[in-house]
Design a protein around this ligand. Structure first.
Ligand SMILES: Nc1ncnc2c1ncn2[C@@H]1O[C@H](COP(=O)(O)OP(=O)(O)OP(=O)(O)O)[C@@H](O)[C@H]1O
Length: 797
């Protein structure tokens, strides 16, 4: 058993990745034209060699001397190269080299998929060798036909298998080549010979019957009618269901053997071979393979092919970055912890310190028999004795069997954005949406995948590092993702926090088609954007459904492999990250109208690549509601002022004991990790957005689907005859209460939300209530019941 366990623990070896050599467009132009021209030069030199080769023999030995003259059209170099390739190499087949080199140049110039080029080289080399061995037979005619290599290989083969053997080996190679390269089969050769036979058969069959190939026994001619009915009979006998459509293709492969008696034309036996129809799917597959072969995989980054990812230098290196170990402080804290615990008669078996960027973790193993809850209760006493804020006791540390006491360092170190972006963990991560959040207490960079979270909730009191945290998230994505791969929808009611990202509007932002600003600062517009995202979500689900994919990653892989037809609406789908700063403000002003689409997106959008990040400085239960919490398992808590706030965010206390300035607790649903958030200052964000913004961009920001909201003043035309039966009652309720709200109708008429909503729409169309006004109830346009009666009577007239 034990052995088994150790075996399973072995970490799998990482597959070796080939280094990729990506050439810039300029390099491609230089290399491509060099190869193409070199190919042409070789060709000219080779042609010339057959006229001037003999005369140039003597010049070859004096290549270095300037006085030696060569007759080759490309002079001494031409003479030398053609002697090397033709005379000493592969003979006449060396011409293929010049073609292959020229072709390579074209492939590089036009940036065509290299897989096809490799194929050309592979088969080209095989043909070169075969031809030179073949021409080796004719060395007596001209030794340049097969070249030295062809001659040597030929005579080598002859020494071992003789002339006949060599010819047969060459013949076999030729057949193998034709079979593999041109998919030649024995049947296709046989087909060539069967044309004459077919002509004879056609005499016995009319138009329909030439779909069958018929073999007659006893050379008997059977009427076409009979054959057809026999065929039908056979279909019935074999109980082939009607749905099985036998295509013309299949039918042509059907063979009906009819055995008939000499005097009687009755059919005795019927043998039928049904060839299965090829699945339609594999046909698109083959087409896709061919497309990929011809054009390579679809590259979504092609439109901004020259886009340069931001360099690390844009981010600042801070002086106080490296952790300095203050031995005195460590010793002092240790003594205080030990003494305090001793005062409560808690003995310690061992103590260990791990120094993090902002806090040091003291891990203690208490003496046997000590209750853990006893230590946990001493939190305040230990804090008092250490005279420090932000002490957190983790009892026990999950998975370790020790008790942790986190004590803030006197001099906290800054975790720079630069250091986390430069970390190997971030650079080599192959996550879909990697985010470098900061450093853990053991000083390791914490990199998480937003796509897996799948949404993130950030909360904390004001001034504790939320905005910096949001910037860190956005920066991580900007450093790792191409503009084609991710789009942001930014909502910033504070109007100042995210403005810098305006510069990258046409690279990375998404917006509604008719809106001017990509960053949404107006709360009423947020509702439109959220609803538009819901439409985008529904559209994407439709695309995924049609493509038979379960998630966006699968879909994009399929699209890149050219298995999805853009004419059917398929397109490469970028991830969409919705960032809402100050969520509380939104909920306060728009309430349900915001919560409903947010909840819908949070529940459903994970598979189709829409991820939400919402930040709030007011972590109260009416902002972070149950529905929001249920859909945001990944949460970040910066410092908050009360235990209740901490519980609201994390479902546990702890955030109230943080020290601020980016000190945070992160959870993805289970363990809570203390992390020092990476710090990025406004000038750094500015440099970053300037760098990206100065590059070539898309003509427009990514367009979200249009959403026509109720508040857009669109008049709803509803036919009187289509009105709800309760229309009159609803109108009376509304006019009596002088309050146009759907919830009032729900209560008074005991209706569901949808029906009440429809009634309000109809009342608006009739002109009884005014248009939608955000969170306020609609205005009632009719003042009393008498006017209402008159109004409705006039309507009927
Ligand atoms: N990760 C960090 N490392 C060091 N200092 C930080 C960090 N994060 C924030 N700070 C400090 O805290 C200050 C406030 O941060 P920030 O503006 O992000 O707070 P906030 O929570 O967004 O506040 P508000 O809600 O008022 O916008 C920053 O100016 C910075 O000095």
């Amino acid at each position: 058993m034990a052995k088994k366990k150790t075996e399973t623990k072995k970490t799998p070896k990482k597959p070796y990745k080939m280094p990729s050599f990506k050439l810039s467009s300029q390099q491609k132009l230089v290399l491509g034209s060099f190869l193409a021209i070199f190919g042409i030069l070789l060709f000219i030199a080779f042609v010339s060699f057959f006229f001037t080769g003999e005369a140039d023999q003597s010049s070859l030995s004096n290549f270095a001397s300037r006085d030696t003259v060569s007759k080759n059209w490309l002079s001494k170099s031409g003479a030398w190269l053609s002697d090397f390739f033709i005379h000493r190499g592969f003979g006449i087949s060396s011409f293929i080299f010049s073609v292959l080199i020229f072709l390579s140049g074209l492939y590089v110039l036009m940036d065509i998929d290299k897989a096809k080029l490799r194929k050309h080289w592979f088969w080209g080399l095989i043909v070169i060798i075969w031809l030179s061995v073949f021409f080796g037979f004719f060395v007596s005619l001209n030794d340049n036909l097969g070249g030295a290599i062809g001659f040597e290989l030929n005579s080598y083969l002859q020494d071992y298998i003789g002339i006949i053997g060599t010819i047969l080996v060459l013949l076999f190679c030729l057949i193998a080549y034709l079979a593999i390269r041109f998919k030649l089969t024995f049947e296709s050769i046989a087909k060539l010979f069967s044309f004459a036979k077919k002509d004879i058969k056609e005499e016995f069959s009319n138009d329909e019957e030439d779909e069958f190939s018929i073999a007659f026994d006893n050379n008997l001619s059977v009427e076409a009618e009979d054959i057809k009915s026999a065929f039908d009979l056979a279909l019935e006998a074999e109980d082939i269901t009607k749905e099985k459509v036998v295509t013309k293709d299949t039918a042509s492969k059907l063979k009906v053997h009819v055995v008939a008696d000499e005097d009687d034309i009755e059919l005795e036996a019927l043998e039928m071979k049904v060839v299965k129809v090829k699945e339609e799917l594999s046909e698109t597959d083959n087409l896709a393979n061919k497309l990929v072969e011809d054009f390579g995989q679809f590259d979504p980054t092609l439109e901004l092919g020259n886009y340069q990812f931001p360099p690390l230098d844009l981010l600042t290196k801070y002086d106080s970055e490296s952790i300095t170990i203050n031995q005195e402080e460590l010793e002092d804290n240790k003594n205080k912890i030990v003494d305090t615990l001793k005062n409560y008669s808690i003995g310690i078996a061992s103590i260990k310190a791990t120094i993090g960027p902002t806090v040091t973790l003291y891990e203690i193993v208490p003496d046997a028999g000590i209750r853990i809850s006893k230590i946990k209760n001493l939190e305040d006493d230990i804090a008092l004795s250490l005279s420090a804020l932000g002490i957190r006791i983790i009892a026990p540390i999950p998975g370790k069997g020790t008790i942790g006491i986190e004590v803030p360092n006197k001099n906290a170190t800054v975790v720079s954005m630069r250091s986390v972006i430069a970390s190997k963990r971030f650079q080599s991560s192959d996550m879909q949406l990697p985010i470098a959040l900061g450093k853990t207490i053991s000083n390791e960079t914490l990199v998480v995948d937003l796509a897996k979270m799948p949404h993130l909730l950030m909360a904390g009191a004001t001034g504790q590092g939320k905005s910096v945290g949001l910037n860190a998230v956005l920066t991580s994505l900007l450093y790792k993702k191409h503009p084609a791969e991710v789009k942001f929808v930014l909502v910033d009611p504070k109007k100042v926090e995210l403005t810098l990202f305006n510069k990258i509007e046409r690279h990375y932002l998404a917006k509604l088609p008719d809106s001017e600003d990509a960053i949404i600062t107006d709360n009423t517009k947020v509702i439109n954007t959220l609803n538009s995202l819901c439409i985008e979500m529904d559209n994407r689900y439709e695309l995924l459904k049609n493509a038979l994919c379960r998630n966006i990653a699968e879909y994009n892989v399929k699209f890149k492999a050219r298995k999805l037809n853009p004419n059917e609406g398929h397109q490469f789908l970028p991830y969409i990250v919705l960032v809402v700063d100050e969520f509380a403000d939104l909920i306060m002003t728009a309430g349900k109208e915001v919560e409903t689409p947010i909840a819908r997106l949070a529940q459903l959008a994970r598979a189709i690549g829409i991820h939400l990040i919402i930040a709030t400085q007011r972590p109260s239960v009416n902002v972070i509601t149950g529905i929001i919490k249920a859909n945001f398992p990944a949460r970040i808590a910066f410092r908050v002022t009360s235990k209740i706030d901490s519980r609201t965010i994390l479902d546990s206390s702890g955030a109230d004991q943080l020290i601020g300035r980016g000190d945070m607790l992160f959870t993805q649903g289970n363990d809570v990790t203390r992390v020092q958030c990476a710090f990025i200052d406004t000038p750094e964000v500015e440099r970053l957005t300037d760098f990206i913004g100065s590059q070539k961009a898309y003509p427009e920001a990514y367009a979200l689907p249009e959403y026509v909201g109720e508040e857009s003043g669109m008049s709803i035309d509803i036919d009187i005859s289509e009105r709800d039966k309760l229309f009159r009652d609803a109108a009376i309720v509304i006019v009596q209460a002088q309050q146009g709200s759907a919830s009032l109708l729900q209560r008074k008429l005991k209706l569901g939300y949808n029906r009440a909503g429809r009634l309000i729409d109809q009342l608006e169309a009739a002109g009884i209530v005014g248009p939608f006004e955000g969170s306020k109830a609609r205005q009632v346009l009719i003042t009393d019941l008498t006017s209402l009666d008159k109004f409705l009577e006039n309507e009927i007239l």
